[in-house]
Design a protein around this ligand. Structure first.
Ligand code: PDD
Length: 281
């Protein structure tokens, strides 16, 4: 049964089980749309400007005009939040409902806009760390756009789960790109490394926050390509996202990462991250 919370659909707030879209929606037929996941702590959206900038970039990548200004987005999302909870907004925009199924963009079409809010559940394994497995990145060349077309990502994640791991770490041409639904960090020779932005990864907002915190706190850190061989000998590995924050990886491909426990830099960064969140909410 669907949870009957209030959601936003095309200008209306309504119960989730009454929110309906046409089967002719291009999101349903083609995966023709983009999305955002925006955390909110104590009712305040975290890094909203940066999430809306990324939304602009994702929309531009699929040649869809942004239907709302930043102020309008803020006004649309605010009523969905509950100040007593840690939550995240899921926001999706598709090209809209077409008269007929045709790959080409239809003319005179209104985008479909949907938003809902969910509580952030504590992620099991966060404190003890998780297992991850590496696999060949089967995705396309637009990984920097947050497209709803996530078939490759879900197959990677499921493959990891089937192997008893919590995340898939994707590798392209011998270099680590990112997780199935997360960015990747590694501590190598005492330096915090993360692959550079580009078409192979989603420019994660959590990733940006970590780089900012590292800089402010004089933690040695670089955006640099990481080969699989380097990655496998890392002192620490983390995966990061808005909903799970910073998760230490303690086992990679069945081998312990260093001593198989969350590392000291993770402990430090996690504390700094939590304090920074508190200071902004
Ligand atoms: N995904 N890379 C991919 C492929 C992702 O799907 C995500 C997050 C990230 C991390 O981005 P951010 O720090 O902005 O959350 C990186 C979200 C949480 C999701 O699809 O649910």
């Amino acid at each position: 049964m669907l949870e009957n919370k209030t959601v936003y659909l095309n200008g209306q707030y309504l119960p989730l089980n009454e929110a309906k879209i046409s089967v002719m929606d291009r999101g349903f037929l083609f995966g023709d749309g983009v999305y955002e996941v925006i955390p909110a702590y104590h009712g305040r959206l975290f890094y909203l400007r940066q999430h809306l900038e990324r939304l602009d970039n994702s929309l531009a990548a699929i040649r869809l005009a942004n239907p709302h200004t930043r102020e309008q987005w803020q006004a649309i999302l605010a009523p969905l939040l509950d100040a007593g909870q840690n939550q995240y907004i899921y926001l999706q925009i598709t090209r809209g409902v077409a008269v007929k199924r045709d790959h080409a963009f239809p003319e005179n079409i209104q985008p479909t806009v949907f938003a809902m809010c969910s509580n952030i559940m504590p992620f099991a394994g966060r404190d003890a760390g998780i297992k991850a497995v590496t696999m060949d990145d089967s995705r396309w060349k637009l990984c920097n756009a947050k497209a709803i077309t996530l078939l490759a990502n879900i197959l990677h994640r499921q493959e990891a789960l089937d192997q008893g791991s919590a995340e898939a770490i994707l590798v392209r041409d011998g270099y680590v790109t990112e997780g199935a639904a997360s960015n990747v960090f590694a501590v190598i020779d005492g330096v915090l490394l993360t692959p550079p932005k580009g078409h192979d990864i989603l420019p994660g907002i959590t990733r940006d926050v970590i780089l900012e915190i590292a800089q402010t706190n004089h933690i040695a850190c670089r955006e640099e390509a990481i080969s699989l061989a380097q990655f496998k000998s890392a002192e620490e590995i983390w995966v990061t996202s808005s909903t799970r924050e910073i998760i230490p990886v303690v086992e990679l491909d069945g081998q312990p990462v260093a001593d198989g426990k969350p590392g000291p830099l993770w402990q430090n960064m996690d504390q700094l991250f939590q304090a920074y969140k508190q200071s902004l909410s």
